[in-house]
Each structure stands twice: as structure tokens, then as C-alpha cells.
Design a protein around this ligand. Structure first.
Ligand code: GLN
Length: 282
């Protein structure tokens, strides 16, 4: 069987999936360790039985509903490739907009201190450090499995540019060690209402529940972060949150009670997806 024949049969196997041709290509490239150019130049190559078996088993996993990101074990975010597995939320394109906003805000500040709470794969904190070399970045992640992924990503993407990755609960701040005052505290916390979790798309359900479940009204993390982390913000500090559709107004109320002034930033679909809170000047 040639690569092209396997590609055609894979696309037709995946026909029920949106973007079946893109996903078949991503999977075959990974199975063969091919770059895009290798893929194009090797279309007529006869594959070995091992290559066909390896690729078909990956295609079958996709067919059974496993997200392509977990099958290939990596995903691109803000121009860098992050390791991902079932223990971390898959980095989403809209989260790149949150990073872009914060990077733009920080670009003229000298040595800013930044926290990424509920860091997961580390995509936010690592991207900030990668783009603002003078930043001092702390990432906090409760799951030890996700923490491992975050550490691996920090090492593979940032090399010797160091960050502080803490395996701990953001609500037990006294157990997190010495913390500085932060110029920006960023978080894309779990924000799905508990009762809505069972109705999520089956693929999303394969992501860690801990990364999704935001409590009864989905807002537990915003409330608790505003409650417990405000003391760790510098006087002119800023919270930068990602949230679910229709949550921005409620988060605004939470932050205004803590004396923050709030603006919303929209995502690619024109939804108020990011909530930015700055302390009101007294
Ligand atoms: N910060 C990570 C991300 O944005 C993980 C978020 C989470 O686990 N809720 O992808």
C-alpha cells in the first residue's frame, strides 16, 4: 500500500469527523514521523506492514472518539509545540488571544512578575515567558500528572529560560511556598457548570474533569481567585481571565465587589471571552 492509498482510506474511515482530511494527514504524518514536505514527497512510497499497522491503529483511536491531539501527543500553541496527554486540557486557539493581550500589556514593563493559575499544559505561562524574556513566571497546577507535563513543556520550549512550576492547590496559598507580588495573574480555570458536564461533546469528556468543572454555577474559581489572590496582586496589578460564554458579566460583578475596574475582550467569535480586572485607584 502506498502512503497516498493509506491517506485516501484513512480520510474515508474518518468521514464522520469534521476536517477528516486534515486530521488523517496529521495522524499519518505523526505515524511516519514525516514533515509536511516529507508527506508530499513520499505519497507514492510503498509502506511497510509496520507503518501501516501503526498508522491504522492511530486512525482507529480517532474513530473511537479520542481527540487527535491526544493521539499524536502534542499540539501547537502560539507557534510552539506543546506536549499534551489525557491529563491536561488541550490548548485552545482562543487562549492564544489571552496570551497576546497579556504579552502586549507587559511588553514595556521591566521584569514583570506573572502567575498562571491552573496552568495545565503550561501553555499560557510558558508562552508569556517565551515572549517576555525578562518576566518572572510562576505556574501553579494541582494535578501531579498535569504538573509533569507542564514541567516537560517548560523545559522543551524554554530551555534554560527558567520559570517556577508549583504542584499545588491555588486555594491553599500558604502551602505554595514563598510567593512574590504579581503584576499580572492569569487564569483559564475550569468554568463549566457541574450539572452541564455530562452534556458536553464526547470528545471534551475525555479531557480531565478537573480542568473543566467550575462548580455549581461554573464560577467557583473566579470567586476564589478574587478572594484569595487579590492580596498577591501588586497595587497596579491586573487579573486576566478566560471564561465561558455568558460568564463575563457575572465575573465582572465578582471583581467589582473587590474594587476592580473591569473590561471585556472578545474572542474570534465576537464573544466576551476574557475578563481583565485592574484595581481601582483610590
Ligand atoms: N491553562 C491551561 C489552558 O489554558 C489549562 C486550563 C485548565 O486546565 N482549565 O489550556
Amino acid at each position: 500500500m502506498t502512503l497516498n492509498e493509506l491517506y485516501i482510506s484513512s480520510v474515508s474511515k474518518l468521514e464522520k469527523i469534521d476536517n477528516s482530511s486534515t486530521e488523517a494527514r496529521i495522524i499519518l504524518k505523526k505515524a511516519m514521523s514525516f514533515t509536511e514536505t516529507d508527506f508530499l514527497l513520499n505519497k507514492n512510497r510503498i509502506l511497510t506492514d509496520e507503518e501501516v499497522t501503526a498508522a491504522e491503529s492511530m486512525i482507529n483511536r480517532r474513530l473511537s472518539g479520542v481527540p487527535v491531539q491526544y493521539i499524536i501527543g502534542e499540539w501547537d500553541f502560539f507557534g510552539k509545540t506543546f506536549k499534551v496527554n489525557e491529563n491536561v486540557l488541550i490548548p485552545r486557539p482562543e487562549t492564544e488571544l489571552l496570551c497576546e493581550y497579556v504579552i502586549d500589556y507587559l511588553k514595556d514593563k521591566s521584569s514583570p512578575v506573572v502567575a498562571d493559575l491552573c496552568a495545565g499544559s503550561g501553555c499560557i505561562g510558558i508562552t508569556v515567558k517565551d515572549n517576555i524574556a525578562s518576566a518572572c513566571v510562576y505556574m501553579v497546577e494541582k494535578s501531579s500528572e498535569a504538573y509533569k507535563v507542564c514541567c516537560e513543556n517548560a523545559e522543551s520550549i524554554l530551555g534554560d529560560k527558567s520559570t517556577t512550576v508549583i504542584n499545588g492547590d491555588i486555594f491553599c496559598i500558604d502551602k505554595l511556598g514563598d510567593l512574590p507580588l504579581f503584576d499580572v495573574i492569569i487564569s483559564n480555570p475550569p468554568y463549566i457548570k457541574s450539572a452541564e458536564i455530562p452534556d458536553l461533546q464526547s470528545e471534551v469528556l475525555l479531557e480531565p474533569e478537573m480542568a473543566l468543572d467550575g462548580g455549581e454555577d461554573g464560577l467557583d474559581f473566579y470567586r476564589l481567585i478574587a478572594e484569595k489572590w487579590t492580596d498577591y496582586l501588586a497595587d497596579d496589578g491586573m487579573f486576566a481571565f478566560e471564561c465561558g460564554e455568558e460568564q463575563a458579566e457575572e465575573i465582572k460583578v465578582i471583581l467589582e465587589k473587590k474594587n476592580f475596574s473591569v473590561i471585556f475582550v472578545k474572542d474570534y467569535s465576537d464573544v466576551d471571552r476574557f475578563v481583565i480586572g485592574k484595581r481601582r485607584k483610590i
